[in-house]
Design a protein around this ligand. Structure first.
Ligand code: PLP
Length: 356
């Protein structure tokens, strides 16, 4: 979390702890601050109606609401969506858009599914959580809206980390604070104009009667503080991407036959998905962990289940390759020296395992 976000959270917990829906004066002030935060987020997204922004507990909840609102109807999503999109989509009537070898959604596949008619929603994430590959969400939005179909963008990985211009033109948008330096357990969902969302929680009048439950004002204040900080730091992320690219080039040259997924595509500046030439990724992970590096073997959500990642499958990796994938995510504070130290560690571990 950004220090600014921690400070905003602490401050709001200390002085704005009231229930924003209560009637006494201080609660009214907290409610006003909450509405100011909603307006600020709507402005940032370029949305004129702040009522279109609902605060939620994060991207999983937001995505679930979107698909519950389209139950019984045909939805189209990409093969590489986060499980919080894929599973609710697949629980209903869904068709999936293919991706190319770089992990980019194929717009021709989308266009042909739309041409089949009857589609009520298209959903494409802005950037993939495993590869960091930026998706053609603006083009997909134009294709869907061009034939009168609503468009949802799970922008959890893009908000605060990349170019979000025109995000507010989507009918539905998902965001999550902990992906951009804010706290866990708070996020947002943009809903279409003139839409009464059903399928979120019931049992209270909060969020315009569409999502019951006491508002998490401290979390929301902290999310906005994080978004502001992330926006300020955006211009410096090119340098982090360069350090990451340097790391990848070194790995490719010093660990023969290793490769980088999605390398030929535009990617987020913080993500690197490596396919190593030998040894199971869990072995690499344990040795890196002993050296103090916290890396992943895939997305945390699918690795916990022990299933091969659907993203890697969609990108055409075979079973053996999937067992040799490491996913590395940096942060705003990740320096060139950190990427170099990780490169040293990987090369050392490789030599160690090859000789052992
Ligand atoms: N969507 C994407 C693209 C994600 O990367 C994640 C988190 O990993 C989620 C949804 C779920 O987010 P949350 O943890 O806020 O529920």
């Amino acid at each position: 979390m950004f220090p600014e976000a921690i400070e905003a959270l602490t401050r709001a917990c200390e002085s704005r702890w009231q229930n924003p829906s209560s009637l006494y004066r201080e609660a009214g002030e907290a409610k006003q601050l909450l509405e100011d935060a909603r307006t600020e987020l709507a402005d940032w997204l370029g949305i004129d109606e702040p009522e279109r922004v609902l605060f939620t507990s994060g991207a999983t909840e937001s995505n679930n609401i979107v698909f519950r609102s389209h139950a019984e109807k045909l939805v189209v999503a990409s093969e590489i969506e986060h499980p919080s999109v894929r599973e609710p989509a697949a629980a209903g009537h869904a068709k999936f858009v293919e991706v190319d070898r770089e992990g980019r959604a194929d717009l021709e596949s989308l266009a042909s599914l739309l041409a089949g008619g009857d589609v009520s929603l298209v959903s494409l994430m802005a950037a993939n959580n495993e590869t960091g590959v930026i998706q053609p969400w603006r083009e997909a939005r134009a294709l869907a809206q061009g034939v009168g179909v609503r468009f949802h963008c799970d922008a959890a990985q893009l908000v605060g980390k990349g170019d979000a211009e025109f995000l507010g033109e989507c009918d539905w948008v998902t965001g999550s604070a902990h992906k951009f330096g804010g706290p866990k357990g708070v996020g947002f969902l943009v809903i279409p104009e003139d839409c009464e969302v059903s399928g979120a929680s019931i049992g209270g009048p909060q969020e315009f009667g569409m999502r019951a439950g006491t508002e998490n004002y401290p979390g929301i204040a902290s999310m906005l503080a994080a978004l502001n900080r992330a926006q300020q730091l955006l211009s410096g992320t090119g340098a982090i991407a360069k350090a990451r690219d340097g790391f990848e080039a070194r790995i490719r040259s010093e660990i023969p036959k290793s490769r980088v997924c999605g390398e030929g595509a535009e990617r987020l500046w913080n993500t690197s998905m490596l396919v190593l030439p030998a040894h199971r990724n869990t072995k690499w992970l344990t040795r890196l962990s002993r050296r103090g590096f916290q890396v992943s073997t895939g997305s945390a959500c699918s690795s916990g289940k022990g299933n091969p990642s659907h993203v890697m499958q969609a990108m055409g990796l075979d079973f053996d390759e999937m067992g040799r994938v490491l996913r590395i995510s940096g942060g705003w504070e990740t320096a060139e020296s950190d990427w170099e130290a990780l490169g040293d560690a990987l090369v050392e571990i490789f030599e160690e395992m090859e000789s052992g």
